[in-house]
Design a protein around this ligand. Structure first.
Ligand SMILES: NC(=O)c1ccc[n+]([C@@H]2O[C@H](COP(=O)([O-])OP(=O)(O)OC[C@H]3O[C@@H](n4cnc5c(N)ncnc54)[C@H](OP(=O)(O)O)[C@@H]3O)[C@@H](O)[C@H]2O)c1
Length: 348
């Protein structure tokens, strides 16, 4: 058996904020890296923008820079395409990449709705390529440790309730009409942008495999949800109370998980980037804190997982972010919007 790390060559599609964070983490030097990551190509709406992206965010590297996304898909030296466009383009970008036989890591929300996601997975299956939603938080060692403590070791007994909030203060009215936070045709709204993380904590924290019942409410301004609240409930009585808002920033203790023997409080910059958690057992004032090292931002854990999967020929990430989980998440988000009223023009 070889112990050599696989090498994977990335083609980056779009040069916005999230792509800049992702590539910076790819090139980070880490002693625990499970793969060698190479930024092989960058595709942007303009060649100049692409070149500036490389010079600013990954100086010292020399990817091929293209003025179209299509050229990234067609580049034979690209092993996997990373898609960092607004959610409204994910379906089209994925289908184009699949047509060229490319493997894909696509940002969250994976698509605008579950019907689009099914279309992408069907095409991927036919073509035999790897596809994964970039729900990076699930790959954090913190989340893996927490899942083991909650659901294998049962440190707080049976988990019955999870609260999670992801709020950011964004002055949407002051943003230009074409902002992805304002333009409904780009998928604007707190739910798909940040509510998806609150939902993720509910699903991970409760640890139930079935599809939950959903009761939801949204506050819309010009059709854009500035607040979304959902209660998901499972047949065993477990409940998740999961919220998002662009009206106010959440406090650092963004998530509380309750069990029959105690609670866990998860804290950090935001629900997307947990920093540590504390286990408080009933009857004890003192909690046990679990802290985790995180050089850079933490996008490399999902990138390593993609590299390992592709290296052994898997078509999806079975352990952490399988297709059925992306589908379950989007089914719930669709139901929240059905009850709450947020719709995208593509759905009219
Ligand atoms: N995982 C995370 O923590 C995280 C954080 C933030 C965002 N995201 C996700 O990543 C995606 C992009 O978010 P972002 O914050 O990076 O957005 P952004 O800064 O606005 O960048 C999006 C990029 O997409 C490309 N694009 C293509 N058509 C566009 C259009 N009509 N309008 C705007 N951009 C267009 C542009 O790149 P080119 O001009 O180079 O083609 C643009 O720079 C979203 O799906 C979001 O949910 C994830």
């Amino acid at each position: 058996m070889t112990t050599e790390k696989p090498t994977i060559r990335w083609g980056i599609v779009a040069t916005g904020l999230i792509s800049s964070w992702f590539v910076q983490d790819l090139v980070l030097s880490r002693s625990d890296a499970k793969a060698n990551h190479i930024v092989q190509a960058v595709g942007s709406s303009s060649l100049e923008k692409g070149k500036a992206f490389v010079a600013t965010h990954i100086p010292g590297t020399a990817p091929t820079v293209y003025g179209t996304y299509e050229q990234v898909y067609a580049d034979p030296d690209v092993d996997v395409v990373y898609i960092g466009t607004p959610h409204a383009f994910h379906k089209e970008n994925c289908l184009d990449a699949i047509r060229h036989g490319k493997n894909i890591l696509c940002e969250k929300a994976f698509t605008l709705n579950v019907a689009e996601a099914r279309e992408v997975f069907e095409a991927a299956e036919k073509k035999g390529v790897f596809v994964m939603e970039a729900m990076w938080t699930r790959f954090f060692p913190l989340v893996k440790t927490l899942q083991k403590l909650l659901h294998t070791d049962k440190v707080i007994g049976d988990v019955h309730r999870v609260f999670c909030d992801f709020g950011l203060k964004i002055d949407i009215a002051s943003l230009p009409a074409e902002s992805r936070y304002k333009d409904l045709s780009l998928g604007a709204g707190s739910l798909l942008d940040i509510g998806i993380y609150s939902l993720t904590w509910g699903l991970v924290g409760l640890g139930q495999a079935e599809k939950p019942k959903v009761v939801a409410s949204q506050h819309l301004i010009h059709g854009v949800d500035v607040a979304s609240s959902m209660v998901i409930s499972f047949s065993g009585g477990q409940q998740g109370i999961l919220t998002s808002s662009t009206n106010a920033r959440t406090a650092r203790n963004f998530c509380r998980i309750e069990g029959t023997k105690g609670i866990v409080v998860v804290e950090g910059d935001a629900a997307s980037v947990p920093g540590f958690f504390t286990v408080y057992l009933d009857g004890s004032e003192e909690g046990k804190k679990y802290d985790f090292e995180k050089p850079g931002r933490g996008f490399y854990w999902e990138a390593d997982a993609v590299a390992l999967d592709i290296n052994v020929g898997r078509k999806q990430n079975e352990d952490t972010m399988p297709w059925v989980e992306t589908i379950r998440v989007l089914e719930i988000l669709d139901e929240v919007r059905r009850q709450g009223g947020a719709r995208f023009p593509q759905e009219e």
